[in-house]
Design a protein around this ligand. Sequence first.
Ligand code: ATP
Length: 271
Amino acid sequence: MSDYALELISIRCTFHSKDDPGQRYTAVDDTTLRIGAGEFVSVVGPTGCGKSTLLNVGAGLLEPSSGGVKVFGQGLTGVNKRAGYMFQTEALMPWRSAIDNVKVGLQYRGVSDAEATEQAEAWLARVGLSGFGDRYPHQLSGGMRKRVALAQTLVLDPDIILMDEPFSALDVQTRQLMENEVLELWSAKKKAVLFITHDLDEAIAMSDRVVVLSAGPATRPIGEFVIDLPRPRDVAEVRTQPRFVELHRQIWEVLRDEVLKGYAQQLRKAA
Ligand SMILES: Nc1ncnc2c1ncn2[C@@H]1O[C@H](COP(=O)(O)OP(=O)(O)OP(=O)(O)O)[C@@H](O)[C@H]1O
């Protein structure tokens, strides 16, 4: 069996340009990204560079224009069934209670209602929401809704977890609590994680490896850094360590110009 849980190999993604549908736009080009089983990898890059596009390719939701995806050594066609996703936007169904939201994936898999309820309750407890199962999404805070979404993803016990800026909408304190919770859950099960963020601090604090993408068009990886900070980590405390500061300096040196380029592009688009 392959040592890699997920491999994106020589990926290129070309779209019809949003501004001029007659034109093609190469969002991602020549991108190879491998994630070991049990490895936590973050991808950072400027706004709009192609992070979500890559994640969608890994999820099997978007077919690349060229290149391929392997999941535990096998070529991927269609949706990646070994992966669970957690997106930036709210994915909970507002008409379902918290527990019913957590149960939904199990029900699709044909798990009996009693078994699904038991597993969903256990996961709600693990994310600190015992006793909140009958609440509806609008009756929960933003952080609680993220916890439900986390339980909804993890209850399916995916071997690969794909997260697209899952905590960007949260306040700093809630965000740090959630980051620590994710690290704790991850260290217990050691799944492969592909974590997309534009927050470099978050990427370093959480990951084994950080990959830096260039500004678009034709985004590609331009730097890769092994994060050799000891675990277990507390995401707030780890930021004070000299090694964290050093890694931040090194990565920011690569990322800075790309962020400036990305920002200039956004301004040009807006003009
Ligand atoms: N379906 C599509 N059709 C046309 N262009 C697209 C499509 N999907 C993405 N793009 C373009 O590809 C580029 C990369 O988009 P993507 O959403 O992957 O970036 P991102 O790095 O995740 O952005 P953000 O940091 O804002 O979340 C953008 O210029 C976007 O407009």
